[in-house]
Design a protein around this ligand. Structure first.
Ligand code: PEP
Ligand code: MN
Length: 250
């Protein structure tokens, strides 16, 4: 199956971490239509005491939810072991910023057929990022790049979302490019602005963190939209997408 077709703008949403079935059912029920859901099952956290993901228990619970609802699941692989564990449950594999340089993992991903969303390393140049994508590429498989902000001297926000990168990649390469304004800013009040800017600059879609109870989230609650804010963003993008010759996909 091909995802992220030409002239579409796809919004992928979900919580940073999968925390339980109620969380995901509330998300899917609230949106009514949600073709793509992203939820972290294995988490790479800076602090070892932080929530590390529901892991095997999470895979089991999400598999059950998939039997009830119709959506494509995106989740991050953090290691060769997690790839093995996730491969039957996940439809699109995410590689996070910390693993963009994990060439052994990228080689393993080249051997399987699922599409891969490759996030940009937090200090990676475009050349390094594209070369990482080439490790995974194969004729049968889509590799989608995801700009998620880079480290800069600015400290008012978590990262600096590099929309230059989107313009460059769309004009100079054939990759589909998603933007993650949630990690790109780390500030929920900026997510809507940067989402619209991403559409205008030619991105193929968004990866948005949203949570049914952001204040209680076990990771990244500060940057998560609540479900109403997410719905409003989707409605706004839906209206704007045709101005850029795109059809919204949610
Ligand atoms: C995430 O998507 O929740 C995540 C950890 O992203 P990144 O790898 O971009 O920090
Ligand atoms: Mn996150």
């Amino acid at each position: 199956m091909q995802y992220f077709l030409d002239n579409t703008f796809t919004i992928i949403s979900g919580p940073c971490s999968f925390e339980g079935s109620e969380q995901i059912k509330e998300h899917l029920n609230f949106l009514e239509v949600s073709q793509y859901l992203r939820a972290g099952i294995f988490k790479l956290r800076t602090n070892k005491k932080s929530f590390q993901g529901l892991r095997e228990e999470g895979i089991e619970k999400l598999s059950k939810i998939k039997e009830e609802y119709n959506f494509h699941l995106i989740s991050e692989v953090v290691s060769l072991g997690s790839l093995e564990a996730l491969k039957d449950t996940v439809d699109i594999i995410q590689v996070g910023t910390r693993n963009m340089y994990n060439y052994e993992l990228l080689k393993e991903l080249s051997k399987q057929d699922k599409p891969v969303i490759l996030k940009r390393g937090m200090s990676a140049t475009l050349d390094e990022w594209i070369q990482a994508a080439q490790y995974i590429n194969s004729d049968e498989k889509q590799v989608i790049l995801c700009e998620r902000g880079i480290r800069s001297f600015e400290n008012k926000y978590r990262n600096t979302l590099d929309l230059n990168a989107v313009s460059y990649l769309k004009r100079k390469t054939n990759y589909k490019v998603l933007v993650d304004p949630s990690h790109g800013t780390g500030q929920k009040f900026m997510v809507n602005d940067l989402s619209k800017a991403s559409l205008a600059i030619g991105a193929d879609g968004l990866l948005i963190e949203a949570h049914y109870k952001p204040d209680l989230a076990l990771s990244d609650g500060h940057q998560a939209l609540n479900l109403q804010e997410l719905k409003e963003l989707i409605m706004e993008i839906n209206k704007l997408a045709p101005l850029f010759n795109k059809q919204g996909v949610y």
